[in-house]
Design a protein around this ligand. Structure first.
Ligand SMILES: CSC[C@@H](O)[C@@H](O)C(=O)COP(=O)(O)O
Ligand SMILES: [Zn+2]
Length: 216
């Protein structure tokens, strides 16, 4: 357990932030069928050892209960005594924290993110051209072009991790799992939320644009 030095106040503030984000996203229908998971890092971000609070696995994320979250360490192992199971996808969070040094990671399944992940699977990335909301990623070029990486969606989560490691693009604060959903992150919950909202806008835009341009 690597938890000693984190104050109760820090833990509580992370939990209340997560709880707020969870309720908001649930109100948008972003956790269908218990899908999705959220985490926020706590304590020292510079260290290779860290803890983060993450949603417990398989819960109805539209409800608020005392058993919604638990703390885990950088390897995804609970860093407190608990009977709760961390998200089945905790290892993906661990790898994103490790690689990016970010402070919060939000994952959701939506119809638009799943559709575009399949539409562009062959090129392994979703192209977006010149849409204003690209600026939400702090990319300010005129008519910016971005490619959002797509990785395989294996049932065995540890098998997904090497592809995340390989494909993660430091310019793009998100990665898509094929026919599954988007992981978005940021320095903190505010930034991760801004990024996630921008991704979802762009996915719907790209999908509709593709349909408009499709020859009959
Ligand atoms: C119930 S379908 C979704 C899961 O398979 C998974 O992809 C997911 O996002 C939620 O898993 P969880 O273990 O609750 O974090
Ligand atoms: Zn998922």
């Amino acid at each position: 357990m690597s938890f000693g030095e984190i104050s109760l106040e820090d833990k509580q503030s992370v939990l209340s932030e997560l709880s707020e984000v969870k309720s908001l996203f649930a109100s948008r229908g972003w956790f269908p069928g218990t899908s999705g998971n959220l985490s926020i890092r706590v304590g020292d971000f510079t260290s290779e050892q860290f803890d983060f609070a993450i949603t417990a696995s398989g819960k109805d994320k539209s409800l608020s209960t005392p058993e919604d979250f638990l703390f885990v360490d950088q390897d995804g192992k609970p860093s407190e005594l608990t009977k709760l199971k961390p998200s089945a996808e905790t290892l993906i969070h661990c790898e994103i924290y490790r690689q990016t040094g970010c402070g919060a990671i939000f994952h959701i399944h939506t119809v638009f993110n799943s559709l575009v992940s399949e539409l562009f699977w062959e090129r392994k990335s979703i192209p977006v051209d010149g849409v204003e909301l690209i600026k939400a990623f702090n990319i300010w070029d005129e008519e910016a072009h971005i490619d959002i990486p797509i990785v395989s969606n294996f049932a065995h989560i540890p098998s997904i991790v090497p592809e995340v490691t390989e494909r993660l693009d430091p310019r793009i604060p998100g990665i898509m799992l094929r026919k599954h959903g988007i992981y978005a992150w940021g320095a903190n919950a505010f930034e991760a939320k801004r990024h996630l909202e921008a991704f979802e806008f762009l996915f719907e835009y790209v999908y509709r644009w593709e349909l408009l341009n499709r020859k009959a």
